[in-house]
Design a protein around this ligand. Structure first.
Ligand SMILES: O=C(O)CCC(=O)C(=O)O
Ligand SMILES: [Fe+2]
Length: 216
């Protein structure tokens, strides 16, 4: 087994209860898997091993093209501008006195259609960016569908065309909680190499990495 990374084995962990990670139990906000890392997966596969006994933990999936269709052209235009950051002490940019990642666009036009990278934890650095982000969050929430993963169910998510999250639930932490397994899939290995560096932790705040008890 390799070292553990956040969400590599999404089984609830008591010390992660309130954290934004697949091993947490509060609402897991809508996100693109591994957004803004070197290799966001093209797809993720979630396999239900053990369901949540009282059916609270629902995986949420929201279709990006459908959500974008509800935005105005000006809002979609703002999403194409480099106006969006993650707050993190390990960032190199300063916004309103706080360190963040470098501003990037959320929406890019690719040959196979618009590609969005998104997390509800992103903030905007201008009022136009903030308005577009609020409209997007509202629309993604409205378009979200929920799936209760039963034992043996396999959910395949197209990470370029959908964001996902999970509703809150109350694990007992007794070894019998909901348990899913996850595989991240890339259509093609980058630059012909066989080993893909894991850049998922590159911008995570130091406190978050410490709380997950992961190597930085
Ligand atoms: O628990 C879930 O249904 C989804 C968790 C998640 O976002 C993930 O494993 O990437
Ligand atoms: Fe995820």
């Amino acid at each position: 087994m390799g070292r553990r990374t956040p969400g590599a084995e999404p089984v609830p962990v008591a010390s992660h209860h309130n954290m934004q990670t697949a091993s947490g139990a509060n609402d897991l906000v809508l996100h693109t898997e591994a957004c803004f890392t070197a290799y966001p997966p093209d797809f993720l596969a979630l396999l239900g091993l053990r369901p949540d006994s009282i059916g609270q933990a629902a995986t949420l999936v929201s279709d990006i093209p459908r959500a974008l269709a509800h935005l105005t052209p000006a809002e979609r235009g703002a999403l194409r501008e480099p106006l969006f950051v993650f707050p993190t002490d390990r960032g190199s940019y300063l916004h309103e006195g706080r360190r963040t990642t470098e501003p990037v666009p959320l929406l890019r036009d690719r040959p196979d259609g618009p590609a969005l990278e998104y997390s509800t934890l992103i903030t905007a650095i201008t009022p136009a960016g903030a308005a577009a982000l609020a409209a997007l969050e509202e629309s993604l929430g409205r378009c979200a569908q929920s799936v209760l993963l039963g034992s043996g169910d396999l959910l395949l998510i197209d990470n370029r065309h959908a964001v996902h999250g999970r509703t809150a639930f109350r694990p007992a932490y007794d070894g019998a909680d909901r348990w899913i397994q996850r595989v991240l899939l890339l259509r093609q290995l980058p630059s012909g190499g066989r080993i893909v560096p894991d850049t998922r932790l590159a911008h995570y705040p130091t406190d978050y990495i410490k709380a997950l008890a992961l190597p930085a």
